[in-house]
Design a protein around this ligand. Structure first.
Ligand code: C5P
Length: 223
């Protein structure tokens, strides 16, 4: 099948910008598939952490990615068949993922796996380089952002709901550190690509953002 005909919407942006929630809801509204690319980096991180592999051991990390037993269902993220949905979302896993995500060989290893999600009737993909590297011919590219304070307060709320205590100041610090690392790395840095539309979600509710994205997609289909 010629995948060029399968529509793709990319949602890139910094940590905790709400990409995952928005992308999932947009995919559901359109009946499209959904790719959570960050989960792939997190799964590699988790598999490496389980084997006590240090984040600076690039060769072992790339090897883990090559044999990664990742699968996704509507509600679960699985590693070698085990439900790890909660564990991949931990701050430790996110930190580790952000450190290894700078390895070009790891990014190359995960490239085709990500492109494989492009299936009819369409795909919504969220991450850092979905519009710039993985799906450069996407029908609609969105760069989703929000202030660090708002992102930290959203993450704080999520953690509290799970009964995990966290300090907002510490979350702001850690988000800024991760933005800096993701934005300054040489391989596929987080950046708004020229043909992406900026959507600042500071002060907006989830439903408002979802309907804006759906509106933007409808516009691309008219033009
Ligand atoms: O999006 P999420 O927070 O789950 O991603 C975890 C980490 O994986 C990010 O901090 C980033 O370093 C990395 N990542 C990436 N490219 C992607 C998705 C995630 O480098 N497309």
């Amino acid at each position: 099948m010629d995948k060029q005909h399968v529509p793709v919407i990319t949602l890139d942006g910094p940590s905790a910008s709400g990409k995952g929630t928005i992308a999932r809801l947009v995919a559901r509204a359109l009946g499209f598939h959904y790719l959570d690319s960050g989960a792939l980096y997190r799964l590699v991180a988790l598999a490496a952490m389980k084997r006590d592999i240090e984040a600076d051991d690039e060769k072992s990390i790339v090897d883990i990615a090559r044999h990664l037993g990742a699968s996704f269902s509507d509600t679960m993220i699985l590693l070698d068949g085990e439900d790890v949905s909660g564990r991949v979302r931990s701050e430790a896993c996110g930190e580790y993922a952000s450190r290894i995500a700078q390895y070009p060989a790891l990014r190359v290893e995960l490239l085709e796996r990500q492109r494989g999600f492009r299936q009819l009737p369409g795909l919504v993909a969220d991450g850092r380089d979905m519009g710039s590297v993985i799906f450069p011919d996407a029908s609609l590219k969105i760069y989703l952002t929000a202030s660090a304070e708002e992102r930290a307060s959203r993450r704080h709320k999520q953690l509290m709901e799970k009964g995990i205590n966290a300090s907002i100041a510490e979350l702001v610090r850690s988000l800024r550190e991760r933005d800096e690392r993701d934005g300054s790395r040489a391989a596929s840095p987080l950046q708004k690509c020229e043909d992406a539309q900026l959507l600042d979600t500071t002060g907006l509710g989830i439903d408002q953002v979802v309907s804006r994205v759906l509106g933007m997609y409808a516009e691309t289909r008219q033009s």
